[in-house]
Design a binder for this molecule. Sequence first.
Ligand code: ADP
Ligand code: MG
Length: 321
Amino acid sequence: MPSEFDLIRRHFTRPPAHTHLAVGDDAALFEVTPGMQLAVSTDTLVAGVHFFPETDPGDLGWKTLAVNLSDLAAMGAQPRWTTLALTLPRVDDEWLTAFARGFFACAEIYGVDLVGGDTTRGPLAMTATVFGEVPPDAAITRSGGQAGDDLWVSGQPGLAALGLAALRGQVRLAGEARARALAALHHPLPRVELGLALRGIAHAMLDISDGLIGDLAHLCKRSGLAATLEAESLPLAALTATGIEPAYARDCLLAGGDDYELLFAAAPTRRARLTALARQSGLALNRIGSLDTGNGPILISLRTADGLIAQAGGYDHFAQD
Ligand code: ADP
Ligand code: MG
């Protein structure tokens, strides 16, 4: 069995691109670009809690970093560095090779150096801590929403929840639809470029890792506002095209987790700019509602052209009237 030192050397040591001293010493050394702030975030994936233990290790490697980069994207920060803490039940070289391949594939695409970490024995879990850069006052927080702002969401929320339901055997999906839903679950694409493009445009932003409604509630609370979602504006077509019922599709979209799309608030004067950004980037941006002044415990309302259909205090599901 290789020692921890061998394991780290073999699987987690790659030449860094912008780091003085990376893996191998007691601490890493890197220089932040002068004048920039550091944005730091950490997220853990635990076997049996966040993923099925038999999940493909390459996908797990990718996702370990991707979910962390999503948090930097949601701040409008440029990812630069990461650490990786791995807890492994045993040393399985084949598993580690695949995990490292997935992890470094994500690191290379997003320009991130792995600068250090820790390796311990125990139930399978991984934690990445990511470091990004953002100019002072440019970070997009959850608290900057303004009454009258439009609410926008990127990509296809709900697809990852559908993938999870397919894995659990709760829905049956045909070939291409199943592949797309599982890709959303296993291979999320952190919206880093979008996050950077939204500096100076979005007033408030977060990523919807815990489900759109629950995360929107965080934005509402932090901004001291309430939100209205327009049922007809929700991007349901790609979900219902898989053959699932519209009501179930709406549930996946609004309450499903693991989407890693960006949800943000921007002034209505930005509509043309954001539509152009979606066209240029090829990433869908859907305007799904608006922010308004708060109204007691009701943080989020869902309505159709015919009127109100549901309200939520910010928990997992709408209470159906
Ligand atoms: P220490 O005992 O000083 O904590 P370790 O043996 O844990 O040192 O780690 C040795 C070096 O390997 C350190 O530079 C550490 O950052 C790095 N390292 C350990 N585990 C990982 C990992 N999973 N990924 C990347 N670097 C790691
Ligand atoms: Mg250590």
